[in-house]
Ligand binder design. Structure first.
Ligand code: FAD
Ligand code: DHB
Length: 429
């Protein structure tokens, strides 16, 4: 499905097409040899997750035209329940993209979180410790807002694009090919943005000799349940318990998102709702347990935990952004926020290229992103180590974890360090 008309090849035609499209007109398709469509845009974006959609929106604001290819349907993308916590810098980027009206109306500003261990809840007050807050607003809602904004500006998005393949990435005129409705489509462009997540085709299109990969796979996953029930507390509760980690989160004052740590061998089918609620209740403090309102799950899934970084995030004219280049375990709530910060740096670099014919920011893109990514990788790994039960945690390891938690709630410096990282580190210039 193409939700607006594609752009014909050729520079003059492209300028005319862009002007037409902005004015609300449609333009005829340019047929390629395969009988399919050829589009000519400045940036081809692979993937319509938050990274791809946000990049498309910020580029459109800057007058740079981009087409997005997404392998799934829009409804499928909207059906994936994922992140929920936004750093202030992510909120500001969404404002810049012009898609923050509903976020400001419906998002919940949180001044802190609770850490729960030994049956007691301890509050970490971000506002008091570092003067910043986070906003709870679901990734699904951000995606919906970005999709609506994209349709409103008439920018091209091809959903259900199959067999997406990247070509001539090391030349000045890369191409992206895809199949849609039985035809072969092609996008000719100046740059390709690989925003297609961990399993996407973009990173795999880089010769393996050009990439260095760093990875840690954790021996457990998160079983998540979404329900139309009120949250147990006004702020998130992260729990360390001998039975394993638990998290009480939310999407609104009437919708909750809860997680429990499970072995990778577990299957969702083995977790009827009652079993999930009993397990969650057993892992949290008594106040949270007695405030827990249970109800039918609307969504239930198991997510494996992984740390992963691919370096560098560029190959020729291909730039990776978001989960295509890096994964963090979700404990620190950093994945979506990192995707947003990559998009911020990539937008600035592309704007500098087109407006000032200066590639310094494009050349520095990977190194600049990676400095922030590795800090988030460290924080997410540390939060995961602090709060989960590992199969090989011996008595010594358990005492170290305990001491780390005691230090955290007993030392302002330690709590401030957690707060500074959780609310998000500032962007570099
Ligand atoms: P994705 O969201 O994966 O989007 C990539 C898109 O590319 C998808 O739509 C996919 O269909 C498409 N695609 C893939 N392959 C192709 C192809 N070959 N051709 C075309 N399209 C393709 N992060 C936070 O910041 N805060 C949180 O609280 C948080 N909680 C999380 C909880 C869970 C349980 C999970 C699993 C993740 C969580 N995250 C969180 C992480 C966050 O959801 C991801 O980091 C974020 O989705 C990354 O966005 P993205 O656009 O880079 O990738
Ligand atoms: C949520 C997910 C996280 O990984 C996290 O750290 C906090 C909240 C969530 O889905 O609400």
């Amino acid at each position: 499905m193409v939700d607006s008309m594609p752009i014909p090849a050729g520079r003059k035609a492209r300028r005319r097409a862009v002007a037409n499209r902005r004015a609300g007109y449609t333009v005829p398709d340019q047929k390629n040899e395969g009988g399919g469509r050829t589009m000519r845009v400045q940036v081809a974006i692979v993937g319509a997750g938050p990274a791809g959609l946000l990049l498309g929106q910020l580029l459109a604001k800057a007058g740079i035209d981009a087409a997005i290819l997404e392998q799934r349907t829009a409804d499928y993308v909207l059906g994936r329940i994922r992140a929920g916590v936004l750093e202030q810098t992510t909120v500001e980027l969404l404002e810049e993209a012009g898609v923050a009206t509903r976020l400001h109306r419906e998002g919940l500003v949180h001044d802190g979180i609770h850490l729960c261990f030994d049956g007691t809840r301890h509050r970490i007050d971000f506002r008091e410790l570092v003067g910043k807050t986070v906003t709870v607003y679901g990734q699904t809602e951000i995606t919906r807002d970005l999709m609506h904004a994209r349709v409103a500006i008439g920018a091209p998005t091809v959903y259900e694009a199959e067999q997406v393949s990247l070509h001539d990435l090391d030349s000045a005129s890369p191409r992206v090919r895809y199949a849609s409705g039985g035809n072969v489509g092609q996008i000719e462009c100046d740059f390709v943005a690989g925003c297609d997540g961990f399993h996407g085709v973009s990173r795999q299109s880089i010769p393996s000799s050009m990439l260095r990969v760093f990875e840690r796979v954790y021996p457990f996953g998160w079983l998540g349940v979404l329900s139309d029930t009120p949250p147990v507390a006004p702020e998130l509760v992260y729990a360390n318990h001998p039975r394993g980690f638990a998290l009480c989160s939310m999407r609104s004052t009437t919708r909750s998102r809860h997680y429990v740590q499970v072995p990778l061998s577990e299957r969702v089918e083995d977790w009827p709702d009652d079993r999930f609620w009993d397990e969650l209740r057993s892992r949290v403090d008594s106040d949270s347990a007695s405030a827990l309102v249970t109800g039918p799950s609307i969504e239930k899934s198991i997510a494996p935990l992984r740390s992963f970084v691919a370096e560098p995030m560029r190959y020729g004219r291909l730039f990776l952004a978001g989960d295509a280049a890096h994964i963090v375990p979700p404990t620190g709530a950093k994945g979506l926020n990192l995707a947003a910060s990559d998009v911020h740096y990539l937008t600035r670099a592309l704007v500098r290229h087109y407006r000032q014919n200066d590639d310094a920011l494009l050349n520095g893109y990977s190194a600049r992103c990676l400095r922030r990514i590795w800090r988030a990788e460290r924080f997410s790994w540390w939060m995961t180590s602090l709060l989960h039960r590992f199969p090989d945690t011996d008595a010594f390891g358990a005492r170290i974890q305990q001491a780390d938690l005691d230090y955290l709630v007993g030392s302002r410096a330690a709590a401030a360090s957690l707060a500074e990282n959780y609310v998000g580190l500032p962007f570099e210039d």
